[in-house]
Design a protein around this ligand. Structure first.
Ligand SMILES: CSC[C@H]1O[C@H](OP(=O)(O)O)[C@H](O)[C@@H]1O
Ligand code: ADE
Length: 295
């Protein structure tokens, strides 16, 4: 884990998705390379001030979109943000729509996730000596979600809830899969909410998603099936709505908050922490520090 100075601190983390590889309008910018017990994050973290808040911006797929969904270093990304002092994370994503009334260009603030991933994506930080079962019934922060939705309203049509179906990818879905997800009542589809949301909860961070609808996946008779190029084009056109939403949200976002997300481990650690090997204590220092016995 790298050690950061006071200048390398931020209050809010922003993870940029497809089409959002940089954040305009930041002042007092510093770029920091962070190393973590879980390897290197997707890219350097860009620290800067936006709407009076110190933010840490990380492009999920790396600048130039180099890392595919199955290989994202999600553990390193979340750990890096936490190590910079971040307590709230806003995660931006391009998604397909599984329903007519969530149209391309709309914004969605999802409230649920269905995990259809199938590869080992590093779903937990706690992979040695300690077993932790965090609550995940509400995968997104219920305090942060309405604030994000309110800030989004001035910039596009906003849907204040939706279930994000996270597929493994990198291929888009078959029509049969798309119809199956629709029959299950799922609303939007993407490849990246898992394990990011799981890890944010384990790291006791408030986490909310801003999903930009780019396409109707492949189920809609009146629309061409999704292509990566079409997603990129819509994101290019509508990325401004995401940036304007972030700028507005940060203006009023409280940073000194008491939220259940920030105590998610309090009732979740099943292994007694009294006799952890030194190396394990080091690995989990940032995440379990406040729960480790001292002396
Ligand atoms: C470029 S199309 C598919 C790609 O876009 C979404 O990424 P992100 O959530 O990072 O915006 C989707 O999950 C896929 O990774
Ligand atoms: N239809 C879709 N399926 C999966 N990920 C997406 N990202 C944007 N559109 C998508």
């Amino acid at each position: 884990m790298s050690v950061h100075g006071v200048d390398d601190q931020a209050e809010v983390g922003i993870i940029g998705g497809s089409g959002l590889y940089a954040l305009d309008g930041l002042t007092d910018v510093r770029r920091v390379r962070v190393s973590t017990p879980y390897g290197e994050p997707s890219d350097e973290v860009v620290l800067g001030t936006l709407s009076g808040k110190r933010v840490a911006f990380l492009p999920r797929h790396g600048e130039g979109h180099r890392i595919s969904p199955s290989h994202l270093p999600a553990r390193a990304n979340i750990h890096a943000l936490k190590s910079l002092g971040v307590r709230q994370v806003l995660s931006i994503s391009a998604v397909g729509s599984l329903r007519e009334d969530y149209a391309p260009g709309d914004l969605v603030v999802p409230d649920q996730i269905v995990d259809r991933t199938s590869q080992a994506r590093g779903n937990s930080f706690f992979d040695q000596d300690v077993v932790v079962h965090v609550p995940f019934a509400t995968p997104y922060c219920d305090r942060l979600r309405p604030l994000l939705a309110d800030a989004a309203r001035a910039n596009a049509r906003v849907h204040t809830a939706g279930t994000y179906c996270c597929i493994e990818g990198p291929q888009f879905s078959t029509r049969a899969e798309s119809e199956l997800y629709r029959s299950w009542g799922l609303d939007i589809i993407g490849m990246t909410a898992v394990p990011e949301a799981r890890l944010a909860r384990e790291a006791e961070l408030c986490y909310a998603g801003l999903a930009l609808v780019t396409d109707y996946d492949c189920w809609h008779d009146g629309h061409d099936s999704v292509t990566a190029q079409a997603v990129a084009e819509v994101m290019h056109r509508n990325g401004e709505a995401a940036k304007a939403t972030l700028t507005a949200l940060l203006t009023t976002l409280p940073t000194d908050v008491a939220c259940a997300c920030q105590n998610a481990l309090a009732t979740s650690i099943i292994t007694p922490l009294t006799k952890l090997p030194e190396s394990t204590r080091d690995r989990y220092a940032l995440l379990l520090g406040k729960y480790l016995p001292t002396g």
